[in-house]
Design a binder for this molecule. Sequence first.
Ligand code: ADP
Length: 477
Amino acid sequence: MAPVIQQERDLINFHMPTAFMIAGLLYLLMPVAVWMLLRSRNNLGLTVWCSGSEIFGVSLILLSLRDVVPEVVSFPLANFLLFFGSLLRLESLRMALGRPLGLVRVVFSALAMVCVYELLRRFSLQPKLHFLWSIALLIGLFGCLSWTSSQIARRDGSHSALWMSFIYVPVILTLLLRFVMVSMDVAMPGVLHNDFAGYGMVIFGVFSAVISQFAYLGVHVEASIQSEMAAVAAKAKLEESLVLGQQIAQLDRVRSVGQLSTSLAHELGQPLTNINLLIQCAESELQALPGPAAQALSGHMKDMARSTQLAIDILQRIRRFIQGKSVEKTRISVNVIAIEVADLLRDWMTLERVRPVFNFPQGELCVLGDGVQLSQILMNVYRNAVQATSGHQDRQLRITVRRAGDQVLVQIEDNGPGLSSETMAQMDQPFFSTKPDGLGVGLSISRAIAEQHGGSLQIANGPEGGACVTLTLPLEA
Ligand code: ADP
């Protein structure tokens, strides 16, 4: 029976160093993979973790070569690397937690640990004391690794850190068992000794070598996902507050415009009426003068009087609107209004080298509405169209009036650049303007007037380029 047991022991003795060697190699290889995967993050904690694991791996290999290498290498040096590697990994986790020990403390702690170990090994009367010291230290270090990763798990809600904290528990338990067995003289001291607890230590050591690296990788991936999510949330919050800021600024502008229009409607009414009276006086005096020049001037005066009257009427409408009074709607010919407004802008259009082309149906198409307000819409749309063609050789403005069922459509087309997708997207917002001196309220006001008349105002790109504005109003039979 005795030779069989001896044979088994030899077999196990042969396997223990190999197992240590495998665990050591795993500790050497796995951190390299982790470092390659995470190196783009340029994290000091990662370097410390990987270096710690590498050093730990070297120490396991040195321990496995105890029968081959000199004593000074396989005892003090191997143990120093064992403690130093574990301390470095602990330091990396503490760095992640924001509570680093500092490299100097780590180095001195490892040196102190190995000094005590060496003193016990060389001078203690009890030969197992240095072994128990080493095991006790490892229990403490793995316990700290487990506790620190559980703290990270609690703080960040990281599942990987939680896994890491569990991984060290079986290693700690087998080390503890080994400690108790050796201190009670049930087992022999010696790291490569073949007993039940020794196998457990090796098996769980290999297991922890692999899983702890995956868990560390997971901690980093989770942290980066969390920080990306936090960055996205912060960006969304910033955008939200920017939008809110813009909305507040817009509300403020609307309020200012309200105040301005009240004072404008009040203050401009009187001088405009005076100007109109003076123009009429000048016109009647010019009519009395002979000669073609006087006649031409009289014609211009008439136009000026009409424009001034329109301005007075608009101001009156604004006053009525501010006072909350409703406007009176009458039957109006759309054809007439389309021409009248073009007439009002005739001189300016001539200066701009734009000649409007009208495309009208046979009969008149009428709507029920306020003439001044409807003129305001056309005035604004014509002005935009003429401004849009600025810089073109052949500037075109085509005005089409036609019937579509029980609706009247007024289409104003130009051969300007049309509307870009960005302009289209912001078109509905009041105060949006691409012009350096634009107020960006013309289209909003025009749209509001069209809707008050039961119609709509739409702007789109025309089939041949340029913009096409369509005013739709209910037909008054
Ligand atoms: P403003 O003329 O003060 O800019 P509007 O509300 O009338 O204000 O117009 C808003 C914007 O719509 C303009 O700044 C311009 O970018 C665009 N727009 C309006 N009409 C045309 C058009 N015919 N062609 C191209 N862009 C247009």
